[in-house]
Write a protein that binds this ligand. Structure first.
Ligand code: GDP
Ligand code: MG
Length: 187
């Protein structure tokens, strides 16, 4: 007798907001992840964009997961438009620029702004971007500082990435997806 193993596909869509100061590389990270491309020219995000990407998890082949990545305008003067975009987020990626100390110091403010809207029971991850520039002698935030902030804010992980050179971009979105699945008891 043949035992047909039917493993039903489980489909989920998760909204993930990518948050941090203007110019840290949020749009670039999303572009790298979703389209595997990079643009040198700075185009300021007005309001918000979102891109969707299906994520493959080797350990969960029957899970069909789409990440809806929301990339918010980082400029402080757009703060009035931001709260609605946090609504419904299942996870947050906080991004600073390893070559700009102020963007690191502002992470706590970003976290407070987000948590006013969605509370703090959603998983979040901390990213220091532009590791390529940091390694050329422009580093303003040490790896230890990043790790310490990750512990302080209880983020699920800390990664030093480069959207430009495609360093650690995939792991950021994989980790956050696994954290969402765990938190929502889907795995
Ligand atoms: P956002 O305002 O946070 O969305 O930042 P953008 O993605 O628009 O990036 C701001 C600028 O930094 C752009 O000129 C990008 O080309 C550049 N940039 C973004 N990520 C990296 C990176 O990993 N390395 C380098 N060298 N430049 C980057
Ligand atoms: Mg942007």
């Amino acid at each position: 007798m043949v035992n047909w193993q039917i493993s039903a596909t489980k489909s989920f869509i998760y909204k993930v907001c990518v948050v941090g100061d203007g110019g840290v590389g949020k749009t670039s990270m999303v572009l790298r992840y979703c389209e595997n491309s990079f643009k040198e020219n700075y185009i300021m995000t007005i309001g918000s964009n979102f891109s969707t990407k299906q994520i493959e998890l080797e350990d969960y082949p029957n899970y069909l997961i789409k990440l809806q990545l929301w990339d918010l305008a980082g400029q402080k003067h757009f703060s009035f438009v931001r709260p609605p975009f946090y609504r419904g987020a299942t996870a947050i990626v906080y991004v600073f620029d390893l070559t700009r100390r102020s963007s690191f110091q502002n992470i706590l403010d970003w976290k407070a702004e987000v948590e006013k809207v969605i509370g703090n029971d959603k998983p979040y991850l901390l990213v220091g971007n532009k590791i390529d520039l940091a390694e050329q002698g422009n580093r303003e935030v040490g790896e230890q500082d990043g790790e310490a902030l990750k512990d302080e804010i209880k983020a699920i992980a800390y990664y030093e990435t480069s959207a430009k050179q495609d360093v650690k971009i995939e792991p950021v979105f994989k980790d956050i997806t696994l954290a969402i699945l765990k938190k929502t008891k889907k795995i």
